[in-house]
Ligand binder design. Structure first.
Ligand code: ADP
Length: 426
């Protein structure tokens, strides 16, 4: 900007100086009266700046040269002359002071004018220094403003870092830790909210893990206590009452079996927590039919199959069998042997539905969501001494999530429970 401004102004000034020189030349030529230059009259009336403009007029008469100089011209002409390359009309005699040189001959009279560009170079210098000064001041003010602004913008981030350091230093990590949310800038506010959301999720996960460990220990402690009790019972009374040994060994066997199932389920769950699953397009009708043929005899209830033919879905076939097995075992456990279990497979609205319905004890509305939690067992199940770990449906839920299957529970009519599985169509 500075350069273009200087260029335009300088060019305009130079043009006006050249016009001045031409005007001066015209006025000089018109002062020529009766073949004689009225030099005195011209000098008296011309308003030339003798510091900046030099005039020389000469002509030859009767083999004699008559020369007129304006004030200071002689001095000027004694100085060493240099030319600017490519600009013939510009010459430099003073240091850094260029002059525009105009030469004309008219009726044997030679006119020479030198107009100095002092004002132009002066203006150039002035603009140059002003630009440097303005740039320097802008740089200083800009640097100061940027540092103030940077501090202001960084402050919330610094606060965030400080809070994180304080939280990190406090051992153990306090529960429900949250960062203070700044009002602005918006980006840091959003970032803090997201971090807080993340912290809440981590907190929930930690709590769930703690709950899981305490539930698992509790569930394992029950059979261990029973086993130890029977072992001590045998140690104390086995010799005197050998008839109790068989009974106690029976208890120890069933309790250790319970423990084995529990540990297997726990291992299964922890494996599923870490794993991802590959799904393929499978013929659900065929897989279910084959599976039920092999399973039918292991439960006392009758299984009714209502399968639409050739239904395909995207699912992992091992997961599918594991889910059906767990749901059928539950259906069998929580209903009487006379109540049939119905398995229905059909397509509706571009989705594949698999329903497993029994006529058993049913699940109340407030417990329908809870039964998927780890170790959750409805009291009715505990009271009736139905064996179980409370992990079966948690494993089903995890498998359903991995396979992107939606699973819902509803009441079966007239009684019992219905599990509805929604698959992605293959
Ligand atoms: P469990 O080992 O106790 O069967 P699950 O996780 O499989 O554990 O099931 C959790 C609870 O849900 C069971 O204790 C039971 O009360 C209830 N439940 C599951 N399936 C059925 C069903 N088909 N009918 C009635 N109640 C059920």
């Amino acid at each position: 900007m500075g350069l273009s401004l200087t260029g335009v102004v300088g060019y305009q000034l130079a043009v006006s100086k050249i016009n001045d020189a031409n005007g001066l030349m015209n006025s000089l030529q018109s002062s020529f009266i009766d073949d004689r230059l009225d030099w005195e009259h011209w000098r008296a009336n011309s308003n030339i700046d003798t510091q900046d403009t030099y005039v020389k007029v000469y002509y030859d008469r009767n083999n004699e040269r008559h020369t007129f100089y304006s004030k200071n011209t002689k001095d000027y002409l004694t100085k060493k002359q240099r030319h600017v390359p490519l600009l013939n009309t510009i010459e430099i005699r003073d240091f850094w002071h260029p002059y525009y040189h105009l030469y004309k001959t008219n009726k044997g009279i030679h006119y020479e004018i030198w107009v100095g560009f002092h004002s132009v170079t002066h203006l150039f210098r002035l603009i140059f220094y002003t630009i440097i000064l303005v740039m320097l001041v802008s740089f200083l003010i800009g640097t100061w403003l940027i540092s103030v602004l940077a501090k202001k913008l960084n402050k919330p981030l610094l606060n965030l870092t400080k809070s994180a350091q304080i939280i990190n230093q406090s051992q153990p990590l306090p529960e429900d830790t949250q960062f203070p949310v700044p009002k602005n800038p918006q980006e840091v506010q959003e970032l803090t909210k997201e971090i807080n959301r993340l912290l809440r999720q981590l907190d929930e996960r930690v709590k769930l893990n703690q709950q899981f460990v305490s539930d698992a220990s509790h569930e394992l402690r029950t059979p261990i206590t029973a086993i130890r009790g029977h072992v001590q019972f045998i140690q104390r009374h086995g010799k005197t009452h050998p008839e109790i040994i068989d009974r106690s060994l029976g208890f120890i066997d069933s309790e250790s079996l319970r423990m084995q199932r529990l540990v297997e389920s726990l291992l299964n769950l922890s494996r599923l927590d870490k794993s991802t699953i590959s799904v393929t397009k499978i013929n659900m009708t065929q897989v279910i039919q084959e599976f039920i043929e092999g399973y039918r005899d292991s439960i006392s209830q009758k299984i009714i199959l209502k399968l639409s033919s050739d239904v395909w879905a995207l699912v992992n076939s091992d997961s599918l069998e594991q889910i059906i097995l767990a749901l059928l075992n539950n259906a069998s456990k929580y209903s009487s042997p006379e109540e049939a279990i119905t398995i229905k497979l059909f397509q509706a609205n571009q989705e594949v539905h698999l329903e497993i319905a029994d006529g058993g004890v049913g699940i109340s509305d407030e417990e329908k969501n809870k039964v998927f939690e780890r170790f959750y067992r409805v009291d009715k199940a505990r009271n009736q001494n139905i064996p179980g770990t409370g992990l079966g449906l948690a494993i089903v839920k995890r498998l359903a999530d991995l396979n992107k299957i939606t699973i819902t529970i509803s009441d079966n009519k007239p009684k019992g429970t219905k599990f509805d599985l929604l698959f992605k169509k293959g």
